[in-house]
Design a protein around this ligand. Sequence first.
Ligand SMILES: NC(=O)c1ccc[n+]([C@@H]2O[C@H](COP(=O)([O-])OP(=O)(O)OC[C@H]3O[C@@H](n4cnc5c(N)ncnc54)[C@H](OP(=O)(O)O)[C@@H]3O)[C@@H](O)[C@H]2O)c1
Length: 261
Amino acid sequence: MPGERIVVVTGASSGIGEATARLLARKGWRCVLVARREDRLRAVADEIGAEVELCDVGDRDAVEAMAARILGRHPQIHLLVNNAGMPARGTFLVVDPETIRRVTDVNYLGGVWCTRALLTGLTSAAAAGERAHVVNLVSVAGTTAFAPAGAYAASKHAQLAFSRSLASALSGSGIAVHAVLPGFVETEGFPQKGVLKSRLLGRFVIQPPRVAEAVLTAVEKGRREVTVPWFPYRPISVLQALVPGVVGRFAGMSDYRPGSV
Ligand SMILES: NC(=O)c1ccc[n+]([C@@H]2O[C@H](COP(=O)([O-])OP(=O)(O)OC[C@H]3O[C@@H](n4cnc5c(N)ncnc54)[C@H](OP(=O)(O)O)[C@@H]3O)[C@@H](O)[C@H]2O)c1
């Protein structure tokens, strides 16, 4: 439909991706929802009038096929939200090697493959004079090495580096790149309340709709990086850069309750 704004949201079958798709649909965006669980994805899509694409974002061939189908229907893509992600709780010493590989494939490379595969759609929207956007759902773990989830933090550091370098590479192209860095958010894949050992960190757990609002703010206000909530996470990120040893000791002390992950 002419004038329609198209958004592709990966990982839209639950949590932050689902909340983001619901918010964007309410704001008039035409949503294409991407994930692997068909029943969950279709239930959300039916409610908000969205399209469904089943895809494992860690599988590059599958991503290219998915992008070709989307671009066949929508030659212009105005917003890509790279949100699909998985946890990898446990230190680098205990997490099994397959999980270390898989979390890198999904959390970091998944966004790389989706962005590359959908770039022609984003470029086409920008060429038509409409600003296009990529939002990468990173994490405070992208700036802070959180020992109890070491491989996850490493995947998120890589994802943030991807986001920052992509922003520079696309500067002046009409495609803006944003990173949203949530702290702890209560979701299916990442249960937080009651499993974090630190009661202090437990007090800062937020819900997915708050992150969805941060995604919208990043796009509407052109914010390059948004940490949500700002406190205590932004100061922690700055401290990590300035005094990594101190933050490392603090992050090493916090952990998840045994048997909860
Ligand atoms: N919750 C937190 O505390 C937190 C904090 C900071 C950042 N984040 C980030 O936020 C993003 C969303 O996580 P969430 O908390 O909303 O968790 P969630 O409720 O478990 O949602 C994860 C979503 O990603 C999809 N997904 C997982 N692996 C996939 C794959 N290989 N291919 C395609 N889709 C896949 C899942 O769908 P299917 O299983 O149906 O494929 C689901 O829709 C992740 O990138 C996560 O790292 C979360």
